[in-house]
Structure formats: C-alpha cells, structure tokens
Design a protein. Structure first.
Length: 307
C-alpha cells in the first residue's frame, strides 16, 4: 500500500491538536479539505482513526497504534526535503504580462538572491483556495475586486499602477497632452469583450461609476496583442493599458495619461499562519522596494482610486 503523505500529515496534526478546526488552521487548509484527507486515509487503511464528537476528536485504538508510525513517516519525509534545502516560494502573478511581473523584476534587481516558483492563475479568485490550502505562498491581485478575503488571509498594497490611455496616432485626441475623461463622453472607453479576471471587471465597474465613464465592450479580443492590433489598425478608439506593461513598439501606438489618472491597487496576499522565513523576507523586500520606488505615492487632487 502506498500512503499519501498529505493525508498522513493531516492525521498527525489532527491527532496532536485533537481538534479539526485548529488542525486545519495549522496546515493552511479548510476544515472540509482536512476532513476529506483523513477520510481518504481511513478508507485506504480500512479502519477508523478518530472518534468524532461535537467539541473534539479522539484517536481510536487503531489510531493510537498508527500515530507513532505516522509521525515517523512525516519525520523522514521532512528530513528528505530538508536535505535538498529550502524550497522556493510559490508565487502567483495572475499573468506574466501584467504589473506583478514588473514588480517581481524590480524586487529581484534590489535583491538578486530572490528565487520564486511562478504561476499564472488568471485572477485572485483562482488563487484564494491555493493560498488557503498551502499550494501557494503568495499571490498578487486587487483585493477590492473579489469577494471578501477569508479571515485567514492577509494583504498589503505594494503598487498603485497608473492606467494610461492607448490610442492610434490618427485619433483626434492623439495630439493632446492628456485624455480627459469627459473627452470620452461620446465614444466611451473601448474594452472589447468585457472579459478578464474578476477583480479587473469589478475595478472597471467602479471606475465607470466613480468617474461617470461609459465603456464600449463591442467586438472580440482573443489576447492583448489582438486588442492592440485592433486599436492600431481598426476604427480609431481609446483603450487603456497599465503603465507597467511592455507594449509592442511595432504598433506605434500613442500612450497618454488620463485626467484624472486612474490607479490600480496591487496587493500582495498571503496566509496569516504561513511562518516560512522566506515569506517574511519577501514581504520585507516588497515593502522596501515599494517605498524606494514611490509605488504608493499619489496626489488625490489629480488621481482616482476605488473606494
């Protein structure tokens, strides 16, 4: 029989805590996920390991016989991992083309020792559960644009990214020093398809309400390049882009500031119970980099922030 170490670890922690809720918090799991792991272990072993009551859990006789061997399994597994050195932090950037990738590069410039394992889950909504169950250490996103974060997660704003107007040189507004929101009263801001992560769609809704801006979501966009090509060679329209994005130079698009200037709040999000020293170092590095770059400095007289 091949035992699942994640299930064995869940059993050992629950046996130590004698409480499923506390054990789940210790493992960065939901209580439901912890219960499933233990149930699957019991099914694999063909025996019940816990007697469950309303207030606590107690080991059965089989559970008491198994627990010392289970602890030894976990000890050996942890020693094997430790022999390879500390594993990189698992960090989600939403998308490699967006501001979190820029933020990460700036952090690496400040501390070249920074090593992370990157993923792109396409939105904080998709990263929340992995953060809770320990599959992710850190994620970036706009926390005001998703359902309320679970109490187990914490966050810190590290970047207020300016959002800029993007338009072809043939557009009537292209020769202006800036694009005023009222200049778009008739044509609206062009954002084809209206797709994107939950927090992006929520931000756009808040932007429209806050500034009285109309969005034209006509047409389709298969990816960023497709949108930019349509902005350049199709009907002259104004779309927007984050200041931290690398734009293809061959399209010769005009980039102008909006007035007022919308700012997108990027937060770094983590589990409160994640005690890895590497996480504390990354959070400190993010704070130092943000302060040094002035990423959270803004003038409320000329800028717009949600909420």
């Amino acid at each position: 029989m091949d035992l699942d170490l994640a299930q064995v670890r869940a059993f050992v922690v629950a046996a130590d805590q004698q409480h499923f809720s506390r054990a789940a918090d210790t493992l960065f799991l939901t209580q439901q996920a912890l219960s499933k792991r233990i149930k699957r272990l019991e099914e694999s072993l063909g025996t019940q390991l816990f007697q469950r009551t309303n207030r606590a859990v107690e080991l059965t006789e089989d559970g008491r016989r198994f627990v010392s061997h289970a602890r030894e399994l976990i000890r050996v597994a942890d020693a094997a991992v430790a022999a390879l050195g500390d594993q990189p932090l698992r960090l989600d950037l939403i998308d490699f083309r967006l501001a979190p990738a820029f933020i990460l590069r700036k952090m690496a410039e400040r501390d070249p020792r920074l090593v992370v394992e990157r993923s792109t889950k396409q939105g904080l909504d998709n990263a929340t559960e992995p953060l809770l169950n320990g599959d992710l250490d850190v994620a970036f996103g706009y926390v005001g644009g998703v359902r309320p974060l679970p109490d187990a997660l914490d966050h810190r704003v590290v970047r207020l990214e300016p959002l800029l107007a993007l338009l072809p040189p043939e557009h009537p507004l292209a020769d202006r020093p800036e694009v005023r929101i009222e200049d778009l009263a008739d044509e609206g801001l062009w954002l084809p398809s209206g797709k994107g992560p939950t927090e992006w769609r929520a931000y756009i809704r808040q932007l429209c309400v806050g500034l009285g801006l109309r969005v034209d979501d006509s047409g389709n966009s298969y990816d960023l390049r497709h949108t930019l090509e349509q902005a350049r060679y199709g009907k002259p329209r104004v779309t927007l882009v984050g200041a931290d994005m690398d734009l293809p130079r061959d399209l010769n698009l005009v980039v102008l500031p909006f007035k007022p200037l919308p700012l997108f709040p990027w937060s770094i999000v983590w589990h409160k119970q994640n005690k890895r020293p590497a996480l504390r170092e990354l959070l400190a590095l993010a704070g130092r980099t943000s302060r040094a770059e002035g990423w959270c400095d803004y003038d409320p007289a000329v800028s717009w922030l949600p909420g």
